[in-house]
Structures are given as structure tokens and as C-alpha cells.
Design a protein around this ligand. Structure first.
Ligand code: COI
Length: 348
């Protein structure tokens, strides 16, 4: 166990003996979480939330989230910069995405203002857990859940908005090696692939674990109708590069509108690439110069190879790649090393 910190001296402001060099992407419990509930009796309007010590929550065994998966998740990060400011990235986008998801999952959602305020409070209350510059970030996980009891199918009579946080390092240790999955599908037209429904994630575990058992790092899903176009990996968006053109699957209802995806599209255009959001045939991926994935957890991660039916294609990775250029620009803005001319960051 490498957790060893001193809370005694200054109210827990310092995390003196924590080994920031060993951060990966797994939970390190922090000090506080934020919670705010509303119920049918309050006409499903969120009002006052509060910070409470991080810990387990009580839940009705009959809650909507446990029984029928009525829930959404979000993910965003707080970074410490060289200037010692803490920055949050495009959090209004997370708030809006949660609202879209809440409408689809028939839940009330916090207003953008409530969401931003709650995220700020959570980040500041756990600020001793924000890693030093270059060591990682504080991953902030907002959840919206049907917490009231619902035995028959129907929306829960009480919903809870909860945010917890954990310091994290890299999600992936190096380039991703994908196996193209053509037996299982992540999303279907009219389904929930385009929102961050909690139930989008565990159904991909079996495919991931089967791929990992064969030495791959993740799976890449095809569209469920034609089975010919690429859609998304298990938890991140995908981009391909051919010459000066960068392409990514269009947001069509089954592809998640990633906030990192959206930011990378804008940065790529700013630095002179041609950008296409469209349907992408698997053959185009197999013929690309380079491929990379984006996501809050993943940031921008190169794809090292893609394997489809025993055919393996290796891609260019390393320093002199498009993905590294985009990564440097994005993280530069997120950490305050590059001037944020877009108003994407919020200093707290
Ligand atoms: C994120 O990138 O924030 C996600 O929610 C994806 C998850 C697989 C970690």
C-alpha cells in the first residue's frame, strides 16, 4: 500500500508522503463527496446540496439504479498548473450532456449552475488530492441516479446527484492494441449509446476481457446495423489520420459526444488539419496512417494496432505523430501552459 499521508498538521492541506509517481487509473478514496437529492414530493427540483465525508452510501434495495439501471455518469478532471492555479475543463459541457442524458433516462437533472458549483466544491474540498504538475489530475465523477424504490418498471420517485473524486494518472500505459469486435455491439440506433448511461459500460466487459486474454488492450466496436463502420472503443472515441485529413465517426445517436472529442476537433482545425465527422468504414481504419482515441480518462491515446479476423495493422506512434501534437495542445490548455483563448478552462 503506498497511501501514507499526514492529515494532522494543517487540516489535511498537504499530502506529503503520497507517492504520486505510481498513479494509474484506479480509485484512491479522497476526503469529501457532494450529494444532492430531490423527490417526487419536491416536484423533482434539486435545491440544496452538501459536501459530506467520502464513504459508502445507503441505498434502497429496490432503488431504480440497482434494479433497472436508471443512472448516468460523467467524468471530468481538475489539473494543477505551473502557476499553482487549479483548472477545470469545459465543465458546462458535462452539465449539458448530463441534462440530455437525464431527459432520455427520465430523471431530473441539476441546472448548469448547480452542476458547476457542485464540481467546484468537490474539487476544492479534495484539493490536497490534486497531483503535482505533470503527475496526473483529480478525476471527478458526477453520478445521477434513481435512488428511490421502484419495484415495477417506472422512474424512481427520488433521484440523487452525487460527485466523488480520485487522483489519477494515465488510463492506458502506452499505445492501444485493438481487437475489432464483430459479435457484440456497444450501441444500437435509438438506444443509449449517445448518452453516458451507466448501463452502456458493463455490457462491454466480456468483450474487453476476452480481448485482453488474447493479448489486446481493448475492443473496437462496429455499428450494429451494417457492421461495416467503426463507432467507438469500450470507453473512448476514435479518430483516424490519412495525410492531412483527420476523421472521426459522426455523433449519430450511438456514438458518445465526447468533450475531449469535441475539443480535439477544434484544436485540429486550429492547427491546420482538415477535419471530417462522418461514417468511417472499417477498411478506412485499416488503411489509415495513424489512429488515436480520445476521452476524459484517456485524454488522447495513440492506437498501436488494430486486428480484424487475424489481420493486424500497425500504426505510426511516438513523438512525431498527429496525436502527440494534438495531445500537447490539449493538455497545454488544460494545465495553463498554453493560453486558453477559447474560455475552456475555469480557474478555481
Ligand atoms: C471518461 O473518459 O471519463 C469515461 O467516463 C470513460 C470511462 C471508461 C473511464
Amino acid at each position: 500500500m503506498f497511501l501514507c499521508f499526514d492529515q494532522s498538521s494543517n487540516g489535511g492541506e498537504k499530502c506529503n508522503f503520497f507517492n504520486w509517481d505510481r498513479l494509474g487509473f484506479s480509485l484512491i478514496p479522497t476526503d469529501y463527496m457532494y450529494t444532492m437529492s430531490c423527490s417526487i414530493d419536491q416536484k423533482f427540483t434539486f435545491s440544496q446540496g452538501k459536501l459530506i465525508p467520502y464513504g459508502n452510501i445507503q441505498l434502497s434495495p429496490c432503488s431504480g439504479i440497482l434494479n433497472y439501471g436508471q443512472g448516468l455518469l460523467e467524468g471530468l478532471k481538475a489539473y494543477k498548473g505551473e502557476d499553482n492555479h487549479i483548472r477545470l475543463f469545459r465543465l458546462a459541457e458535462n452539465a449539458l450532456r448530463m441534462q440530455t442524458g437525464a431527459e432520455r433516462m427520465f430523471m431530473p437533472s441539476p441546472s448548469v449552475g448547480q452542476f458547476i458549483d457542485a464540481v467546484k466544491q468537490t474539487a476544492l474540498a479534495n484539493k490536497r488530492w490534486i497531483p503535482p504538475v505533470g503527475k496526473g489530475s483529480l478525476y471527478i465523477r458526477p453520478l445521477l441516479m434513481g435512488t428511490g424504490p421502484t419495484l415495477g418498471l417506472g422512474p424512481a420517485p427520488e433521484c440523487t446527484f452525487l460527485i466523488y473524486a480520485s487522483p489519477v494518472g494515465n488510463y492506458s500505459m502506452g499505445p492501444l492494441h485493438f481487437l475489432v469486435e464483430d459479435n457484440a455491439y456497444r450501441a444500437i440506433p435509438g438506444g443509449t449509446g449517445g448518452i453516458k448511461a451507466i448501463t452502456n459500460y458493463s455490457p462491454v466487459y466480456k468483450a474487453i476481457l476476452q480481448a485482453k486474454a488474447k493479448g489486446f488492450s481493448d475492443v473496437l466496436f462496429l455499428d450494429a446495423v451494417t457492421r461495416k463502420t467503426i463507432e467507438e472503443a469500450s470507453g473512448c472515441n476514435i479518430f483516424i489520420v490519412k495525410g492531412n485529413v483527420i476523421s472521426t465517426p459522426a455523433v449519430n445517436g450511438s456514438v458518445l459526444p465526447g468533450i475531449t472529442r469535441k475539443s480535439i476537433i477544434e484544436i485540429a482545425l486550429d492547427i491546420g488539419y482538415q477535419m471530417e465527422e462522418r461514417s468511417i468504414l472499417l477498411e478506412e481504419l485499416l488503411d489509415a496512417d495513424e489512429a488515436f482515441c480520445t476521452g476524459t480518462a484517456m485524454v488522447v491515446n495513440p492506437v498501436g494496432s488494430v486486428t480484424y479476423h487475424e489481420k493486424r495493422i500497425n500504426y505510426k506512434t511516438g513523438a512525431d505523430t498527429v496525436s502527440q501534437k494534438l495531445l500537447a495542445n490539449l493538455t497545454g490548455i488544460q494545465t495553463g501552459c498554453i493560453e486558453d483563448k477559447k474560455g475552456w478552462t475555469m480557474k478555481i
